[in-house]
Write a protein that binds this ligand. Structure first.
Ligand code: PGA
Length: 242
Protein backbone atom coordinates (compact mmCIF):
# COMPACT_ATOMS: atom_id res chain seq x y z
CA UNK A 1 0.00 0.00 0.00
CA UNK A 2 1.39 3.36 -1.03
CA UNK A 3 0.23 6.37 0.98
CA UNK A 4 0.73 9.85 -0.47
CA UNK A 5 0.00 12.78 1.84
CA UNK A 6 -0.76 16.13 0.21
CA UNK A 7 -0.80 19.49 1.93
CA UNK A 8 -4.43 20.33 1.19
CA UNK A 9 -7.61 18.69 -0.10
CA UNK A 10 -7.20 20.70 -3.28
CA UNK A 11 -3.68 19.33 -3.78
CA UNK A 12 -4.97 15.78 -3.26
CA UNK A 13 -7.77 16.29 -5.80
CA UNK A 14 -5.37 17.79 -8.34
CA UNK A 15 -2.85 14.97 -7.89
CA UNK A 16 -5.51 12.29 -8.31
CA UNK A 17 -6.89 13.99 -11.43
CA UNK A 18 -3.41 14.02 -12.94
CA UNK A 19 -3.00 10.35 -12.04
CA UNK A 20 -6.28 9.40 -13.75
CA UNK A 21 -5.45 11.52 -16.82
CA UNK A 22 -2.15 9.64 -17.06
CA UNK A 23 -3.97 6.31 -16.80
CA UNK A 24 -6.28 7.40 -19.65
CA UNK A 25 -3.23 8.28 -21.75
CA UNK A 26 -1.53 4.94 -21.09
CA UNK A 27 -4.68 2.84 -21.40
CA UNK A 28 -7.39 4.72 -23.34
CA UNK A 29 -9.90 1.85 -23.03
CA UNK A 30 -9.55 1.64 -19.24
CA UNK A 31 -12.48 0.50 -17.11
CA UNK A 32 -12.89 2.68 -14.03
CA UNK A 33 -14.95 2.41 -10.86
CA UNK A 34 -16.10 5.86 -9.75
CA UNK A 35 -17.15 7.32 -6.39
CA UNK A 36 -19.55 10.08 -5.37
CA UNK A 37 -19.66 12.22 -2.22
CA UNK A 38 -18.28 15.58 -1.14
CA UNK A 39 -14.64 14.44 -1.21
CA UNK A 40 -14.28 13.68 -4.94
CA UNK A 41 -15.84 16.96 -6.12
CA UNK A 42 -12.46 18.74 -6.28
CA UNK A 43 -10.98 15.75 -8.08
CA UNK A 44 -13.74 15.76 -10.72
CA UNK A 45 -13.33 19.51 -11.19
CA UNK A 46 -9.62 19.08 -11.91
CA UNK A 47 -10.28 16.08 -14.17
CA UNK A 48 -12.75 18.14 -16.22
CA UNK A 49 -10.15 20.91 -16.46
CA UNK A 50 -7.59 18.38 -17.74
CA UNK A 51 -10.12 17.12 -20.27
CA UNK A 52 -10.67 20.69 -21.50
CA UNK A 53 -6.90 21.08 -21.80
CA UNK A 54 -6.80 17.99 -24.02
CA UNK A 55 -5.09 15.83 -21.42
CA UNK A 56 -7.90 13.45 -20.43
CA UNK A 57 -9.71 11.67 -23.25
CA UNK A 58 -12.65 9.47 -22.22
CA UNK A 59 -13.70 8.42 -25.73
CA UNK A 60 -12.71 4.77 -25.25
CA UNK A 61 -13.16 4.53 -21.47
CA UNK A 62 -15.87 2.66 -19.56
CA UNK A 63 -17.05 3.58 -16.07
CA UNK A 64 -19.08 1.92 -13.34
CA UNK A 65 -20.25 3.93 -10.38
CA UNK A 66 -19.90 2.27 -7.00
CA UNK A 67 -23.45 2.79 -5.82
CA UNK A 68 -26.81 4.52 -6.21
CA UNK A 69 -29.83 5.23 -4.04
CA UNK A 70 -32.76 2.85 -4.40
CA UNK A 71 -36.33 3.97 -4.91
CA UNK A 72 -35.49 7.09 -6.92
CA UNK A 73 -34.76 7.46 -10.61
CA UNK A 74 -31.51 8.64 -12.15
CA UNK A 75 -33.23 11.93 -13.04
CA UNK A 76 -33.97 12.68 -9.38
CA UNK A 77 -31.80 15.57 -8.12
CA UNK A 78 -30.78 13.40 -5.13
CA UNK A 79 -29.43 10.58 -7.30
CA UNK A 80 -25.78 9.79 -7.86
CA UNK A 81 -26.54 9.73 -11.60
CA UNK A 82 -27.43 13.44 -11.27
CA UNK A 83 -24.24 14.02 -9.24
CA UNK A 84 -22.14 12.36 -11.92
CA UNK A 85 -23.84 14.27 -14.72
CA UNK A 86 -23.18 17.53 -12.86
CA UNK A 87 -19.57 16.85 -11.89
CA UNK A 88 -18.25 14.73 -14.77
CA UNK A 89 -20.45 13.15 -17.43
CA UNK A 90 -21.84 16.32 -19.03
CA UNK A 91 -18.36 17.87 -19.25
CA UNK A 92 -16.32 15.07 -20.84
CA UNK A 93 -16.47 12.86 -23.94
CA UNK A 94 -17.34 9.62 -22.15
CA UNK A 95 -19.89 7.75 -24.34
CA UNK A 96 -23.20 7.67 -22.38
CA UNK A 97 -23.71 3.97 -23.07
CA UNK A 98 -20.41 3.22 -21.31
CA UNK A 99 -21.13 5.37 -18.23
CA UNK A 100 -22.78 2.77 -16.01
CA UNK A 101 -24.70 3.87 -12.93
CA UNK A 102 -27.07 1.43 -11.26
CA UNK A 103 -30.73 2.35 -11.88
CA UNK A 104 -32.12 2.66 -8.37
CA UNK A 105 -35.59 3.47 -9.71
CA UNK A 106 -36.05 0.09 -11.31
CA UNK A 107 -38.65 -2.00 -9.48
CA UNK A 108 -36.97 -5.23 -10.50
CA UNK A 109 -33.75 -4.45 -8.66
CA UNK A 110 -32.63 -8.07 -8.79
CA UNK A 111 -32.41 -7.86 -12.57
CA UNK A 112 -30.71 -4.49 -12.25
CA UNK A 113 -27.88 -5.79 -10.08
CA UNK A 114 -27.51 -8.91 -12.22
CA UNK A 115 -27.20 -6.85 -15.40
CA UNK A 116 -24.73 -4.47 -13.73
CA UNK A 117 -22.56 -7.44 -12.76
CA UNK A 118 -22.79 -8.85 -16.29
CA UNK A 119 -21.77 -5.50 -17.78
CA UNK A 120 -18.72 -5.37 -15.50
CA UNK A 121 -17.78 -8.93 -16.44
CA UNK A 122 -18.24 -8.14 -20.15
CA UNK A 123 -15.96 -5.13 -19.71
CA UNK A 124 -13.29 -7.45 -18.32
CA UNK A 125 -13.64 -6.27 -14.70
CA UNK A 126 -12.40 -3.00 -13.24
CA UNK A 127 -8.88 -1.89 -14.07
CA UNK A 128 -8.90 0.88 -11.49
CA UNK A 129 -11.46 1.58 -8.79
CA UNK A 130 -11.51 4.97 -7.07
CA UNK A 131 -12.99 4.91 -3.58
CA UNK A 132 -14.06 7.37 -0.95
CA UNK A 133 -14.46 6.30 2.67
CA UNK A 134 -17.31 6.97 5.07
CA UNK A 135 -16.69 8.01 8.66
CA UNK A 136 -17.89 4.52 9.63
CA UNK A 137 -15.39 2.90 7.26
CA UNK A 138 -17.82 2.10 4.48
CA UNK A 139 -16.62 1.86 0.87
CA UNK A 140 -19.37 2.18 -1.68
CA UNK A 141 -22.40 1.50 0.49
CA UNK A 142 -20.79 -1.52 2.15
CA UNK A 143 -21.44 -0.61 5.77
CA UNK A 144 -19.85 -2.22 8.84
CA UNK A 145 -21.48 -5.60 9.50
CA UNK A 146 -20.70 -9.11 10.69
CA UNK A 147 -20.65 -10.21 7.04
CA UNK A 148 -20.15 -8.33 3.78
CA UNK A 149 -21.60 -8.99 0.32
CA UNK A 150 -19.04 -9.79 -2.36
CA UNK A 151 -21.16 -8.67 -5.30
CA UNK A 152 -23.63 -5.94 -6.20
CA UNK A 153 -26.53 -5.98 -3.76
CA UNK A 154 -29.34 -3.95 -2.19
CA UNK A 155 -28.70 -2.55 1.27
CA UNK A 156 -30.36 -0.50 3.99
CA UNK A 157 -28.56 2.75 4.78
CA UNK A 158 -27.48 3.64 8.31
CA UNK A 159 -28.83 6.89 9.70
CA UNK A 160 -25.33 8.38 9.85
CA UNK A 161 -24.80 7.62 6.17
CA UNK A 162 -28.11 9.28 5.27
CA UNK A 163 -27.07 12.33 7.33
CA UNK A 164 -23.70 12.46 5.53
CA UNK A 165 -25.60 12.65 2.23
CA UNK A 166 -28.07 15.33 3.34
CA UNK A 167 -26.51 17.90 0.98
CA UNK A 168 -27.98 15.94 -1.94
CA UNK A 169 -31.48 16.32 -0.48
CA UNK A 170 -31.50 20.06 0.22
CA UNK A 171 -29.91 19.54 3.63
CA UNK A 172 -32.76 17.37 4.95
CA UNK A 173 -31.34 13.91 5.73
CA UNK A 174 -34.86 12.43 6.09
CA UNK A 175 -35.30 12.99 2.36
CA UNK A 176 -32.22 10.86 1.66
CA UNK A 177 -33.48 7.43 0.48
CA UNK A 178 -33.44 4.61 3.02
CA UNK A 179 -31.95 1.97 0.72
CA UNK A 180 -29.28 1.77 -1.93
CA UNK A 181 -27.70 -0.54 -4.48
CA UNK A 182 -23.97 -1.01 -4.11
CA UNK A 183 -21.07 -2.79 -5.70
CA UNK A 184 -19.72 -5.46 -3.33
CA UNK A 185 -16.37 -5.72 -1.60
CA UNK A 186 -15.30 -8.68 -3.73
CA UNK A 187 -15.63 -6.70 -6.95
CA UNK A 188 -13.61 -3.84 -5.48
CA UNK A 189 -10.86 -6.17 -4.32
CA UNK A 190 -10.72 -7.76 -7.77
CA UNK A 191 -9.96 -4.43 -9.45
CA UNK A 192 -6.41 -4.46 -10.75
CA UNK A 193 -5.67 -1.23 -8.90
CA UNK A 194 -7.40 0.68 -6.10
CA UNK A 195 -7.15 4.33 -5.13
CA UNK A 196 -8.62 5.53 -1.85
CA UNK A 197 -9.22 9.29 -1.60
CA UNK A 198 -9.88 10.91 1.78
CA UNK A 199 -9.50 14.48 2.99
CA UNK A 200 -10.32 16.47 6.11
CA UNK A 201 -9.80 15.97 9.82
CA UNK A 202 -13.13 14.16 10.23
CA UNK A 203 -11.64 11.25 8.22
CA UNK A 204 -8.40 11.03 10.24
CA UNK A 205 -9.73 8.50 12.75
CA UNK A 206 -11.20 6.12 10.21
CA UNK A 207 -8.13 6.38 7.94
CA UNK A 208 -5.89 5.44 10.87
CA UNK A 209 -8.03 2.44 11.79
CA UNK A 210 -8.64 1.29 8.19
CA UNK A 211 -4.99 1.37 7.15
CA UNK A 212 -3.21 0.47 10.41
CA UNK A 213 -5.77 -1.46 12.42
CA UNK A 214 -6.96 -5.07 12.15
CA UNK A 215 -8.79 -6.28 9.05
CA UNK A 216 -12.44 -6.65 9.92
CA UNK A 217 -15.84 -6.57 8.25
CA UNK A 218 -16.75 -4.11 11.04
CA UNK A 219 -14.57 -1.64 9.14
CA UNK A 220 -15.02 -2.51 5.45
CA UNK A 221 -12.20 -0.22 4.23
CA UNK A 222 -9.73 -2.29 6.31
CA UNK A 223 -10.20 -5.06 3.72
CA UNK A 224 -8.13 -2.92 1.34
CA UNK A 225 -5.07 -4.04 3.31
CA UNK A 226 -5.52 -7.38 1.50
CA UNK A 227 -5.15 -5.82 -1.96
CA UNK A 228 -1.68 -5.85 -3.57
CA UNK A 229 -2.03 -2.55 -5.45
CA UNK A 230 -3.57 0.24 -3.37
CA UNK A 231 -2.72 3.94 -3.57
CA UNK A 232 -4.03 6.11 -0.75
CA UNK A 233 -4.34 9.80 -1.59
CA UNK A 234 -4.99 11.93 1.48
CA UNK A 235 -4.35 15.41 2.82
CA UNK A 236 -2.46 16.26 6.01
CA UNK A 237 -5.69 16.70 7.95
CA UNK A 238 -6.74 13.11 7.21
CA UNK A 239 -3.26 11.73 7.97
CA UNK A 240 -2.89 12.68 11.64
CA UNK A 241 -3.75 9.22 13.02
CA UNK A 242 -1.48 7.17 10.81
P1 PGA B 1 -17.90 11.99 1.54
O1 PGA B 1 -18.37 10.49 1.32
O2 PGA B 1 -16.86 12.24 0.51
O3 PGA B 1 -19.15 12.79 1.27
O4 PGA B 1 -17.39 12.08 2.93
C1 PGA B 1 -17.39 9.53 1.19
C2 PGA B 1 -18.07 8.19 1.15
O5 PGA B 1 -19.09 8.01 1.82
O6 PGA B 1 -17.57 7.32 0.45
Amino acid sequence: MRIVIHRTAQDAGTALARFVARVLQLQPDVTLGLPTGQTPILFYRELVALHRAGEADFRQATTFNLDEFAGISGDDPRSFRTFMRKHLFSHVNLPPDRAHVLDGGRKDWRSEIREFESAMTAAGGLDLVLLGIGRNGHIGFNAPASALAARTHRTRLMAGTRRANAALAGGDWRRVPTHALSMGIGTMLEARAVVLLATGSDKAGVIGRALRGPITTRLPASMLQLHPNVLVVIDRAAATRL
